[in-house]
Structure formats: structure tokens, C-alpha cells
Design a protein around this ligand. Sequence first.
Ligand code: GLN
Length: 488
Amino acid sequence: MSQIHCLSLTQVRDLLRTRELSARECTAACLDRIARTDPTLDALLHVAGDEILREAGLLDTAGPDPSRPLWGVPITVKDVLATKGMPTTCGSRILENFVPVYDAHCVAKLREAGAIILGKANMDEFAMGSSTENSAFKTTKNPWNTSHVPGGSSGGSAASVAAGQCFASIGTDTGGSIRQPASFCGIVGLKPTYGRVSRRGLVAYGSSLDQAGPMTRTVRDAAEVLQVIAGHDPKDSTSVNVPVPDYVGVLGQRESLAGLRLGLPEEYWGKGLTPEVEQACRTAVDLAAGLGAEIVPVSLPHTEYAIATYYILAMAEASSNLARFDGVRYGRRSPHVQDLASMYTKSRSEGFGEEVMRRIMLGTYVLSAGYYDAYYKKAAQVRRLIRQDYLRALEKCDLICGPASPTTAFAIGQNTADPLQMYLTDIFTISLNLSGLPGLSLPVGLGRDSNLPVGLQLFGGSMDEVRMLQVAATLEAALPQLPAPPLP
Ligand code: GLN
């Protein structure tokens, strides 16, 4: 069983169920894979110790439980989600020593389903970034080429799944942080509809945008994980109380795409797109057409305002959410303190990294008296127009599709000197968060120039994850399978 890391979550789960593989063996194989690959990749900030093998052993003693769909399956979790008894740093010095006393709602659901939480994945500090280079601790490398970034902010999650350290990871997506790293690392990433997965225990960055979701090697695996983590949570006021459909059961029912109207927004298929991304994505769209989908041109006319709108709103929300980190209630307090005021300023300026401080300052500025109307209020109005664009386009088609990112994974250090350039890389992902709708990134091949993965995004209507997953599974089955990343 030395090749366990090449199996999908579904395959490994089936072996666990029939006891062809024990939970302990499976967990040990993942720990071994981590020991072999993480010194190169730096995907994880914390790896559980021997207690995890004992936990797996207890599962084995009790025997497989078919009512627990992830029984014995090792999973990693982005370090922005609270994990009881396991550090939760958000990639920040300010939370370096923080160990939560409770599990995030989605983590609790994973544990109830029998999953084993192997460790915590590296991320941009407080999920602010697109490359994982903003982590206070280390930069994760892309398993396909270690001089390139894995994307961000859930870059640790994406790299750990692509490298076979685990069978799934939970990422979070405020402006693309599940879908963009999934596309850079050649895996599937799904951002559910806002409110589909509870945000309780997800350390808030932009509360009106944040959403946790699965990052996996196959579409079916994403459905399996979503099935577990989706659902109403009365303790999160933004959690939506609608029944959870059978995401897994509907897969494989759709061999052709006849009757599907696939919308191609003109704003996503033109300037700024590198030729290799365009080519790989167009090939996948041609494949969809060959399977019977009707290709419909659509328009999302406010796309050009999406970056400005997002960065105003996300920074405003961040400046308010991050006010709680003050050296009193959570995390680190500066040792160089003379009085109350210096305790606040020193704890915060020593604890937060440069990008986080930039965003807190800009967010405070756009919310300040005199500027609120010009920036925050205006951005909130444009947000509505962006959502309307999607709703109008979805009257003409069933799903919208476009590239997940204009480029494949860029080189480490390439965009760090210019924050604006880094923000521009989010052009194809952020408007979806502003609209609250679900999106999925599917690997469609390797770029002909960079030899790095390319992701195609599918956007659906509110709560239409079912259709998105079905169509993604049909396309996945028809596309050539990606090779494994070139790791030892
Ligand atoms: N890159 C975007 C940002 O820096 C999105 C991050 C995210 O989705 N968490 O805000």
C-alpha cells in the first residue's frame, strides 16, 4: 500500500470500509508522505503527532461505520479554521500561540463524519493574498514546480492535496482563495453559495464574502466533502436554512451535456489572458460543446469595477474584524509595553505583517467620516450591480464558465514588490464572492508554455452546486487525466 497517496478520497474510503486498509495504516501513510514532501513544499504549519495514530487505532478497534461517510479519511484544514486543541494561527504572528477550545462548525462536521484531522495548512496571513507569500511563517511551494507559488490564500491546502499528503483539505474563499490555488495546483476547488457552509469558527476576514469549501483531487471527492460540511447552523446568523441536496447521488447521471446552456462572458475571454490559459480553457469548452452543451455568449459588464469594489469592501470589513486582535483577548502581547496605548500599538504592529497592516489602514480610511459615502457606500452600490450582472447572465444560460486565473502559477517573488499587481491576479474570481454565488475550478490540462496546471471555472446560480458538480464530473470524465505532479 505504498501508493495510497495516489488514490482519491472515494477510493480510499471504500478500501477503509471493506477493511482492506486500516485507518491506522492510512493515517501512517499520510504522515509518511508529509515527512517526505513537506520539507520541500512547506504546505503545513502544524502536523498532528502520535495522538492521531492512536485516534485512528481507536476507529479500527470500533470498526467501520457506514453512517460516517468519511470514516478514517485523513484531511488537512486551512489554518484559519478553529481546531480544538490544535494551533490556529491564521498564518500570523499575532495568533502564534493560539489554541482554540472548540472546533469550527465544518471541522466538527468532518470529525462527526469520521475524518481524521492531520494538520493545519499554510495560508496568507488572515487569508489576505493570492500566493501564500504573505504567511508570517513560510512560503508554500507549488508541487508542480517548486520555484512557483501554489496560489493563495489557501495555497497550503492546495499543495497538500496535490502532493498526496491528504485526501482533501478545507479552504476558504473570500475573493478566490479556494478556486485560484486549486487551479494553480491542478486540483478541484469549490466555493459554495454564501451561507451554504457555516462560518462559525472561521476567523473572519471579510464576513460578507468568506465561505469555506472543499479542495480535492476529483469532483466526486468535492461532492463527498460538501455533503458533510454543508447545512444550516443556527449559531451562524448568515447560514442558510435550506435542505442539503444529495450532491453525491446525482453524479454520474449526466453522460452528455445536451440541454445545458453554457454562458461564456466576453469580459473573461479577452485581454489579459495568457495564450496558454486561453487555449487550455477553450479546448475544454469545445469538449463541452462536443458533449452537447449549447455555448451562449453572455456579458458581465461591471467586471472592470470588480477589483476596486472588492478591495474597498474586503478591507473595510477586515479593518473591523481584525480590531479584536489587541494583545488582550487573543494571541500575542508585545513584551515592550510601557502603558495601555503602547500595549495596543506595539502588540498590533509587532504581530501583524505588512499586507495586513496595509489593509487595516485602507479599510479604516474608506470607513472614516467624510470618505464613507465616496468609497464604502459607492462600492456597496456597485456590488449590487455586479450581482445583477450574474443574475441577468444566468437568465440566458444555466452555468457560466471562464478561466480561473489569467495566468498559470507565477514565480515566487514575481508579484511581491507590487501589491496592486498581486490584486489584479484575482480578476476572474472576486466578482463571484461579491455576488454570493457558487463557483468551482476544474483542472483542464497543463499550459503548453509553462507546463503548469490550468483551471476552468464554472459559476452557478444560488444553491445550484448540484448542477455545477454534475457538469464538472461529466467534463472531468471526458478530459485527459492530469499526470501526478513531479514529486519523489
Ligand atoms: N486574493 C484575495 C485577497 O487577497 C482573495 C483572498 C481570499 O479569497 N481569501 O483578498
